[in-house]
Design a protein around this ligand. Structure first.
Ligand SMILES: *[C@@H]1O[C@H](CO)[C@@H](O)[C@H](O)[C@H]1NC(C)=O
Ligand SMILES: *[C@@H]1O[C@H](CO)[C@@H](O)[C@H](O)[C@H]1NC(C)=O
Length: 327
């Protein structure tokens, strides 16, 4: 009588551990991350490496994939993209925001809010010139447009499915923030076009956080946001909406000649908001490296370690260091 429940229990244990262990046979095996330096023990598998999206120009994008912590087979596939343009989904998304680990000194600590508790998280570093991706043919770096990025990202996923066929036709969501407000819908459109010719992407939804969608509306919300959070005075708010709004300032800035009125307004805004307030999250202090080490510095240090790059199957091509955002 005592034996039967025990045997059943052992059987269940065996079966549940099989669900965790059996995941990758074949090409994905080469990209398995055995152990990241300083990583605590975990129940899920990680993979990372390059996918060549253009054979002629030898253009390779880089990914990091953290399977869901429990029962990855029943969970959707979520592609995450950061913005910039030019910022890394690996450094920002995976290692600072919603991935399983955060670098902390020499080690990694668990992020208890990691999205891989609910989904299989695929972080794509793109386009070339950002982080670890590269092209052997340097002409590939000339004039990278959103359309080229979207096409390369599509090619990436097509080839990634060859490596991870078990994820083909899994419910797929594309998520991201900031300039990914451009990347994501443009990629989704190409996927739907592709599906009409040959069904491949079981695309279920998109989620855009703080996205860049429309230049004037998005940028000009800054004035009201600062004012309503008590960061600028009524007078400055008026100047910031009538004399020179933020969209005008940004376009002048990118054209390389900021006009006198815009320069005056922005100086006033900066003085009042101060350099100690993080403009992306006004509840946070700005990270000043000489005072304290913040997650961005930790990530830069971690991803530039040779042992970490080896564990991730990454290499630096054409750059001396991995950086969060390229220019
Ligand atoms: C893909 O999955 C959907 C359900 O999410 C199903 O309706 C469809 O038949 C599947 N397609 C293929 C080609 O397996
Ligand atoms: C911002 O400034 C530009 C250029 O001066 C102007 O065309 C636009 O209407 C302004 N937008 C808002 C919301 O005030």
């Amino acid at each position: 009588m005592m034996m039967k429940p025990l045997v059943l229990f052992l059987l269940q244990l065996l079966m549940s551990s099989c669900l965790v262990m059996v995941d990758c046979f074949g090409p994905c095996e080469l990209d398995r991350v055995v152990q990241l330096p300083g990583q605590p023990p975990v129940m899920f598998q990680q993979y990372s490496g390059y996918i060549t999206v253009d054979e002629k120009k030898q253009k390779s994008l880089f990914y990091y994939f953290a399977e869901a912590e429990f029962d990855p087979f029943s969970k959707p596939l979520v592609l995450w993209l950061n913005g910039g343009p030019g910022c890394s989904s690996l450094g920002v998304g995976a290692f600072s925001e919603n991935g399983p680990f955060r670098p902390n000194g020499q080690v990694l600590i668990r992020n208890e809010h990691s999205w891989n508790t609910e989904a299989n998280m695929l972080y794509l570093e793109a386009p070339i010139g950002v982080g670890f991706p590269y092209a052997a043919d340097s002409s590939a770096y000339d004039g990278v447009t959103d359309l080229i990025t979207a096409r390369d990202n599509l090619a990436f996923l097509q080839k990634w499915f060859l490596k991870f066929p078990q994820y083909k036709n899994r419910s797929l969501f594309i998520t991201g923030e900031s300039y990914a407000g451009h990347y994501i819908p443009q990629l989704a459109e190409l996927m739907l076009q592709h599906n009409k010719k040959e069904y491949l992407f079981n695309l279920k939804g998109l989620a855009l956080g703080n996205p860049v969608l429309e230049f004037a509306t998005d940028f000009n919300s800054r004035a009201e946001f600062f004012w309503s959070h008590g960061l600028i005075s009524d007078t400055t708010y008026k100047m910031f909406t009538s004399t020179c709004n933020y969209s005008r300032y940004v376009s002048e800035y990118y054209r390389g000649s900021v006009s006198a009125p815009c320069s005056r307004v922005m100086t006033q805004v900066s003085t009042e908001t101060s350099k100690f307030v993080d403009k992306y999250d006004v509840t946070l202090d700005v990270c000043i490296s000489s005072i304290d080490v913040c997650v961005e510095d930790e990530t830069v240090n971690y991803l530039n370690r040779v042992d970490v790059q080896m564990a991730l199957h990454a290499r630096l091509v054409g750059v001396r260091r991995w950086s969060v955002c390229s220019k």
